[in-house]
Each structure stands twice: as C-alpha cells, then as structure tokens.
Design a protein around this ligand. Structure first.
Ligand SMILES: Cc1cc2nc3c(=O)[nH]c(=O)nc-3n(C[C@H](O)[C@H](O)[C@H](O)COP(=O)(O)O)c2cc1C
Length: 198
C-alpha cells in the first residue's frame, strides 16, 4: 500500500519565489524517490484561509459525533480535517510572518481539536503513529528568530495535545552573515528521509 502525506502550504508567494513551497516540494519528491507510491492530500491556506473558530464551532467540536446535528456536522466540514486521520505524515510549509507562523495556519490549527477526530470525550488524545514535518523560512538569523521560543514550542504542544510527539523542524534563515540556506535545509531533509523507518 502507498503512503499518504498531508501537505499544507502557507506562503502568499508563488512557488518560484517561495522557499517554503519549493522546499516542501523537494520533501515530497525525495519521499517519493525513497518510498515509491505516494498520495498527497494538499491544502493551500494562502488561497483558502480557514474561517476563525466560533462558539458554534466549539459547541459542535466538543460533543461526540453521534450527538451532532446536521448543522453542527456542516460547521465542522470547513476546513475538512479528515486528512489528519487519513495521512500518517503531515508536512507544514510555514512562511515566517511577524516572528510566528502565518495567521491562516494558526487559525487552521485551532480547528484540529475535535472530539472523535483528534481527542476523546475526556479530552484525551486519540491519534497514534503520526509524524509531523515543519519547514519554515525567515529573512533574519536564527538568533533573532529563536524558533524554540516562537511557533516551534506552540506547535510541539499543540501536536502533543492530540497525540503526536514526532515533530521535526527544518528552518531556513536567509540573514546576512549567519545563514541556513535552502540547500542546508534540503540536505537535512535528505538525511531525515534516508533515516525514516516506515
Ligand atoms: C507579512 C510578512 C511578515 C514577515 N515577517 C518576518 C519576520 O517576522 N521575520 C523574518 O525573519 N522574516 C519575515 N518575513 C520574511 C519571510 O519570512 C521570508 O520572506 C520567508 O522566506 C517567507 O517564506 P516564503 O519564502 O516561503 O514565502 C515576513 C514576510 C512577510 C510577507
């Protein structure tokens, strides 16, 4: 059986100008070279930003699926989060905006906590054996961005909340002087994929 990857792009730039879009595509290409048949479930948040969650959304998300009304089921259809269940590797290509992930991604992230999808009625995580790969790109140096204090920490905690602890980051820093180039990130991705045991 082939593998399934859920890929999210966030950059407002086209692929030719976007480090995260290009590096995300590189990841997919390398993964395919190593593991063969691959299905990609793709979401472009720059083109299809999700709505913000609301009280109605929360009331729908926090009750068991069998208790939801037709309207509540409809509310939970957008964005469609089924790829979280279907795919075992999630690839988040995150442009660095205002020392954080793009707001579209934060908004999407708030949709992930749903009873029956990612947590049970006791708010315990129900996902198992999922992996997350985050690719990010910045115009400043690592020292200035400090991802461990920025979205890296919140993404790790958000993922842990739904049962995902295998989270890997590949950050590109395009600052003068100290730089982690796209080539450096690609080399690290290559190693990650070579070492991956599926
Ligand atoms: C709205 C906006 C905010 C940005 N904020 C930051 C920032 O806080 N720190 C930084 O280093 N670069 C910042 N940048 C630059 C981007 O991080 C950089 O261009 C990165 O390569 C974006 O990813 P992309 O190449 O995939 O589009 C910002 C760019 C935009 C458009």
């Amino acid at each position: 059986m082939g593998h399934k990857i859920f890929q999210i792009d966030t950059s407002i730039k086209d692929t030719q100008d976007s480090y995260t879009r290009q590096t995300g595509q590189y990841f997919i290409r390398k993964f395919q070279e190593r593991f063969g048949q691959l299905e990609v479930s793709y979401l472009d948040l720059a083109k299809n930003p999700p709505s913000y969650i609301t009280a109605e959304w929360y009331n729908a998300a926090m009750i068991p699926p069998r208790e939801r009304s037709v309207k509540q089921n409809q509310i939970l259809l957008h964005p469609n989060m089924q790829a979280l269940r279907d795919c075992d590797l999630w690839l988040f290509d995150l442009a660095g905006y205002m020392y954080d992930a793009p707001a579209s991604f934060k908004s999407w992230l708030e949709h992930i906590v749903q009873v029956g999808l990612t947590i049970d009625v006791n708010e315990q995580p129900i996902l198992k054996n999922k992996r997350v790969v985050v690719i990010s790109s910045w115009n400043e140096s690592e020292d200035e961005i400090m991802p461990a204090l920025g979205f890296e920490a919140s993404i790790r905690k958000s993922m842990k909340h739904i049962g995902v602890s295998d989270v890997s980051f590949f950050n590109i820093f395009n600052a003068d002087g100290i730089a982690v180039t796209k080539d450096d990130a690609e080399r690290a991705i290559n190693k990650y994929i070579c070492d991956l045991q599926l």
